[in-house]
Ligand binder design. Structure first.
Ligand SMILES: [Zn+2]
Length: 425
């Protein structure tokens, strides 16, 4: 299992492909924390489920903002659910039906992800359409488990019928290859959010993990945002630069989401959302969906992850002989570990987002099957009840927990639908 997960990380969906620029002024978490920001717990006790925790978890609708199983099925199984039958336990991935059921998942945004470099060779849109088809095939193959959800009402109805509402989110604006018309096509295929970038800039938006080029959105980027508003596709600011986040929130007339992002004040990775943007999200009616990857959410992990690719590039230049590079790189990685963290690490981010943006603006976006490492007790999709339990333990009310689990996302989706309808098509 470890070997395969390592491969997953190397094939680089969300964490592995990142090119992280150097960010000046990193300090230890303790140095940078503001008054009132929780200190991430280093050695907490494992979460123990209670009857109350289970009851609250089952009564809510758990909607996860980002799962990369579709890309894993493409990479590991030639896009075949015969080869990777998720009705059976599949230890080489984080997601299968038995564990989705154990985790009480009510709705899932399945990611249409293709690598950013596909835009340069012109295959990004085609490959994205293939990933839409893969998700549609999955839903058809397991009809007693999944149903495609196109609206917030669909999610509620499908959940009531005991199935998992399957939403589609597109990861990265490179997939439209600078074509507004492609947004219409994606919407018709079921897309209900689109991330403006992945790990590289597009021609119209800066990524968090690339050199600043446009200082946010270009005028075409602003048109992309408005076209998404018109169609009813949520604007997703996961992976974009701080300036792109601010521009998207300035331009968008509908709620903006971060489908799998956490709080920069708690863990200083440039992929996370800074406090001023959290306040803008509150004003916009949007949702930041806390993600689980320790390289983004653990204060030490975020710091070590931030130097990861810059160092790799430097060492490659310094050691042209492969064996020498391998040795030096292995040594550096051993000196810069990414601690796994725990459920507490994730909930520390939720606490902070609640404190700055408010209880109505936080959700969950795991990034399962997009990352190579996960916190303890959140190793796969069966782990969500532990988050609910920890929220109970920290004194959140049932009503507030249900907002975090999925209620806030449903509200944002409904509002995007309302604005789209009012706009007219
Ligand atoms: Zn991602």
């Amino acid at each position: 299992m470890f070997r395969v997960r390592q491969v997953i990380c190397n094939v680089a969906v969300c964490c592995g492909g990142i090119i992280v620029p150097a960010v000046a002024g990193y300090a230890s978490a303790g140095d940078t924390q503001q008054a009132g920001v929780p200190t991430p717990t280093t050695q907490p006790a494992p979460i123990v489920m209670t009857a109350e925790g289970w009851r609250i978890h089952r009564a809510g609708i758990l909607i996860d903002g980002h799962n990369d199983l579709p890309w894993q099925v493409r990479k590991l199984a030639d896009s075949s659910f015969d080869k990777l039958d998720i009705a059976l336990p599949q230890e080489e991935v984080h997601t299968d039906i038995p564990r989705l059921r154990r985790g009480g998942v009510g709705g899932q945004f399945w990611a249409v992800y293709v690598p950013p470099e596909t835009e340069r060779i012109g295959t990004a849109t085609t490959m994205a359409l293939e990933q839409f088809d893969l998700i549609h095939r999955m839903v058809k193959r397991y009809p007693e488990v999944f149903e495609l959800a196109l609206t917030a009402d669909d999610v509620v109805r499908i959940r009531r019928e005991g199935k998992i509402a399957s939403l589609i989110g597109v990861e990265g604006g490179h997939t439209i290859q600078n074509s507004l018309e492609t947004l219409t096509l994606f919407h018709q295929r079921g897309a209900r959010y689109l991330g403006l970038t992945h790990t590289e800039n597009t021609d119209w938006a800066d990524s968090a993990t690339d050199e600043a080029e446009h200082i946010g959105l270009t005028s075409f980027g602003e048109r992309v945002v408005l076209e998404m508003n018109r169609l009813g596709i949520l604007v997703d600011i996961a992976h974009v630069s701080f300036d792109t986040m601010r521009d998207a929130l300035r331009v968008s007339r509908a709620p903006v989401i971060a489908s799998h992002s956490s709080a920069y004040a708690v863990a200083q990775h440039v992929r996370n959302v800074p406090d001023d943007v959290l306040r803008m999200i509150a004003g916009n009616g949007g949702v930041v969906m806390a993600t689980f990857f320790p390289g983004y959410i653990h204060p030490v992990g975020a710091q070590n992850m931030s130097g990861y690719f810059e160092t790799e590039r430097t060492l490659r230049q310094r050691h042209p002989v492969k064996e020498e590079f391998d040795r030096a790189w292995k040594q550096w990685k051993a000196q810069h570990p990414i601690p796994k963290g725990t459920v507490h690490t994730v909930v520390d981010h939720i606490d902070h987002i609640v404190r700055i943006a408010g209880i109505d603006h936080v959700g969950l976006g795991s990034d399962y099957d997009g990352v190579g490492k996960l916190p303890l007790q959140l190793e796969d999709v069966s782990g969500y009840p532990f988050i609910t339990q920890e929220l109970v333990n920290r004194g959140y009310s049932e009503r507030d927990i249900h907002k975090i689990m999925g209620g806030n996302l449903l509200r944002a989706l409904r509002e995007a639908e309302r604005i789209s309808r009012r706009w007219g098509k």
